[in-house]
Design a binder for this molecule. Sequence first.
Ligand code: AMP
Length: 113
Amino acid sequence: MDCIFCKIVAGQIPSDVVYTDDRVIAFRDINPMAPVHLLIIPREHIVSLNDITERETPLLGHMVQVSKQLAKQQGVGTKGYRVVINCGSQGGQVVQHLHMHLLGGRELSGGLG
Ligand code: AMP
């Protein structure tokens, strides 16, 4: 499959992995928008939030739990952080493998784009 994030999951291209378990992995964004900018992704290839059904809802909940845990581990849990999922072209999704951005370590604007 020609998916860059699947290749990261498979270890076929390098990435700065900060967390793994049986369902998800998290790594540093290659083009960070904040001092802490991680991507939390499912190991399974799911294109976007539009593909989340009841079956995958626990996985999404797990991704939220991992993001909270990583925010704490990265030292931004108390000061604050932002979790974002872009969906579709107008939603700003570039990589067609579901991912959650975790941003922190600077004052993030109140605007949502
Ligand atoms: P999105 O616009 O929500 O699809 O975000 C995709 C994100 O993936 C962007 O922030 C990119 O900088 C990031 N990205 C793309 N390729 C890589 C890679 N090989 N390693 C780490 N992050 C990547």
